[in-house]
Design a protein around this ligand. Structure first.
Ligand code: GLA
Length: 725
């Protein structure tokens, strides 16, 4: 991509003219506008003090003259600590002479335009007394209305200095009220939504898990301004941090009811030594602004994510049969050959062999041993992975494999041979989680080991077509032998070195599909997803629970990235399970040989339907029509960009006596087009309800103003409609 460096002298002089406040002896004010198609984020350099302020964030301004009318609220764009700021700073450091303050003044800015859609603005700030430079970077994606912000800090003092706070982004809002929506959870109960009004003082969303961002809190939020927003109404931003470790979103409402939002790596126990000349680069804070509710915000993020946030987000995906819940650790070659047959029989693309295939001295027959010893187990796989790749090939399907290369069981050869490669505290007993410990990725030898584990396996077996990369624990025992007296850098160096390993692997294997897993959905963030094609959303595959979990993810992550498998969890019908899995990236983890003939036929047909419609589900526009948080049903639909094809999913969660659901108004269609409604995934046996609209034809106008009778009033039933112009 050709980078065009645009001088902003023109904007500089125009904006100075516009502001018209320049006085003799003072510098001119400078406006720096960093908008997208529908959003403006505007900064102003105040000529009187040389500092950079945030002037405006919100809907696109008709012209910059409007900014003259805005009362200057004095919102520092990147507030420092130690001079006159009395609220939470974006950055705090101690210089090597012990001075604990930082002052930042504007120096210059420039704009890069890598292509028509992307604009990157770099604003250079500097301490007038100390050789410390801070560059604010703002990357705007015009068509998607998404903005990415990150910061680079460089110091040129003679000796190292220490930074304590180093936010990726600081944003200010002036609204009458603020409503924060957050997503909390735990293992098997990810993405539970809560919404609360922010009151004076500080509210923090964060995690301190080390190896992953997500588990108890997901690194995402909605912030609604003035009033609560719903799917189609309300002003809000949707924000997320691209970082697979400790994160922090801090919301501070001050005495004037102004809100500052500070997003970045969690500064908790993470002071960082900055060596002279070294650049400290923060991860990206990614956000969109919408004045048409959460629905538009999600679609903006989905569009951004498929093009820029997820590896090959616009590309196709292969459908999996996984063996985890079918076999757990108990399998051998004949059993796996049977599962390869099943993959073919179902019409799926890849068989994914999960945990349990490796280690010999301490065989991986449960989760207590073997992790770290990545050689095929000779009893279970006497002919090695190569044999399975060939067997898959014979059947016209692909072979994929599970790994967890960042971890080790104490009962392993790796633990015995490299105790210094493992995070554990001196003078303390080892603390286990799932009987395992974390390898010290800050150590270059460990980075090499992780890289070689994956690369070695792929070099030996080039036919491996899919990987599931797991990370089954968070960091306790957080002590690195390698880091010596720099222990507080562990949380940051771990994640950056994980990214370095992934960068190397992606240079060699740019498009190999890899699913990101972390004991279920423990590592769902856009820092990691640059390297991964999809993620395992939760170990909880009960379809009723999944409706809520998937609903939660759908606010921030496109369905092409959310792996939903049909499993034995939950007592609902196979149809209900299938319909729930279909709203994302569908896969299977059931004993196919136990399906009745009718169930097998139903599944084969459903897979064929899914393959026909998956492009619309993965890359179409999502409209959430009825929320499971607000009633007894969940309804959503995807529409393709030509608006000639849509898929609607309706799930009835609970049925109260006498409750009947009204018609649901569809969205995103073309009012002038006529659509045929066709129910799909109709079971060949069992009671079926709610498909009365199948076969009918309506105008888009009718469907969007009057609506469709979608779904039934029987609990735990579902209906899927294919809607075709
Ligand atoms: C984690 C994953 C599961 C499975 C197991 C294997 O819990 O979330 O899907 O891969 O590990 O041990």
């Amino acid at each position: 991509m050709k980078k065009i460096l645009l001088s902003l002298i023109f904007l500089y002089s125009i904006s100075s003219l516009l502001i018209g406040q320049t006085q003799a002896g003072l510098q001119k004010d400078i406006l720096i506008s960093t908008g997208t198609s529908n959003v403006d984020l505007v900064y102003k350099v105040n000529g009187r003090d040389g500092r950079l302020y945030q002037s405006y964030i919100g809907a696109k301004l008709g012209n910059l003259l409007s900014l003259n009318q805005i009362r200057d609220a004095g919102h520092l764009a990147y507030a420092t600590f130690g001079t006159d700021n009395l609220f939470e700073p974006a950055i705090r450091m101690t210089h090597n002479d012990g001075n604990p303050s930082l002052e930042l003044k504007y120096v210059s800015h420039n704009v890069e335009k890598p292509n028509a859609n992307i604009t990157i603005t770099h604003i250079l700030l500097k301490d007038p007394e100390y050789p410390v430079e801070v560059t604010l970077n703002i990357k705007s994606f015009s068509a998607e209305d998404v903005i990415e912000q990150w910061v680079e800090i460089v110091q040129k003092e003679a000796k190292p200095l220490t930074i304590y706070n180093y936010a990726s982004s600081m944003l200010h809002f002036d609204a009458s009220k603020y409503w924060l929506t957050q997503f909390h959870g735990d293992w098997a109960e990810e993405m539970k939504m809560q919404e609360n009004e922010l009151t004076s003082g500080i509210k923090i969303l964060d995690t301190k898990l080390g190896t992953r961002a997500h588990m108890y809190q997901t690194p995402v939020f909605f912030l609604s301004l003035n009033e609560k927003s719903d799917e189609n109404n309300g002003e809000l931003i949707a924000g997320t941090l691209g970082w697979s470790g400790n994160f922090q979103f801090l919301f501070e409402v001050d005495e004037k009811n102004s809100l500052r939002v500070i997003s970045g790596i969690n500064p908790f126990a993470s002071e960082y030594t900055l060596q002279p000349g070294k650049v400290f680069k923060t991860p990206s804070f990614i956000f969109t602004y919408s004045n048409q509710g959460k629905g538009l915000a999600s679609r903006n993020l989905h569009h951004w994510a498929t093009s820029y946030g997820i590896l090959d987000g616009n590309g196709p995906r292969m459908l999996l049969l996984n063996n985890w819940e079918t076999t757990y650790f108990k399998f051998d070659e004949p059993k796996l050959n049977g599962l390869l047959d099943d993959t073919k029989k179902m019409g799926l693309d890849v068989f994914l062999l999960d945990d349990g295939w490796f280690a010999n001295k301490y065989p991986r027959n449960d989760d207590k041993a073997g992790l770290g010893d990545w050689q095929e187990n000779k009893t279970k796989l006497p002919d090695g992975l190569g044999y399975l790749v060939k067997e898959a090939d014979k059947r016209g399907v692909k072979f994929g494999i599970w790994i967890e290369p960042e971890m080790v069981n104490p009962k392993s050869e790796l633990y015995e041979s490299h105790p210094d490669w493992i995070l554990k505290l001196p003078n303390r007993p080892e603390h286990y989680y799932r009987n395992q410990l974390v390898l010290d990725l800050t150590n270059p030898k460990v980075q090499e080991f992780v890289y070689n584990t994956v690369d070695g396996m792929l070099t030996k077996n080039p036919g491996i077509a899919f990987i599931k990369w797991d990370c089954n624990r968070m960091m306790t025992n957080a002590y690195s032998v390698y880091l010596k007296d720099k222990q507080s850098q562990l949380y940051i160096d771990y994640v950056n070195n994980l990214y370095n390993v992934l960068d190397r692997l992606r240079q060699k294997y740019p498009h190999l599909p890899i699913m990101l897993c972390s004991g279920g959905g423990g590592r769902v963030d856009y820092g990691a997803l640059r390297y991964f094609t999809d993620f395992w959303a939760s170990d909880d595959t009960d379809p009723l629970e999944r409706i809520y979990i998937q609903w939660g993810y759908s606010y921030f992550f496109p369905s092409v990235s959310v792996c939903n498998h049909i499993t034995s969890w939950g007592k609902q019908s196979l149809k209900f399970k299938t319909d729930v899995a279909m709203m994302g990236k569908m896969g299977y983890d059931i004993p196919v040989n136990e399906l009745t003939e009718k169930e097998l036929k139903f599944s084969q047909d459903a897979i064929a339907n899914y393959k026909r419609l998956s492009d619309i589900i993965w890359h179409g526009d999502l409209y959430r029509l009825a929320s499971p948080y607000e009633g007894n049903r969940a309804v959503l639909m995807y529409v393709n960009s030509a608006k000639n094809k849509a898929v609607l999913f309706a799930y009835t969660l609970n049925a109260r006596y006498g409750e009947s659901f009204n018609r649901i108004r569809l969205q995103g269609l073309d009012p002038a087009k006529t659509y045929k409604i066709q129910e799909i995934n109709v079971p060949t046996e069992g009671k079926h309800t709610g498909g009365s609209e199948s076969g009918k034809t309506y105008s888009g106008d009718y469907l969007m103003k009057i609506g469709l009778n979608a779904g039934s009033s029987t609990a735990l039933t579902s209906n899927v409609f294919e809607i075709t112009e």
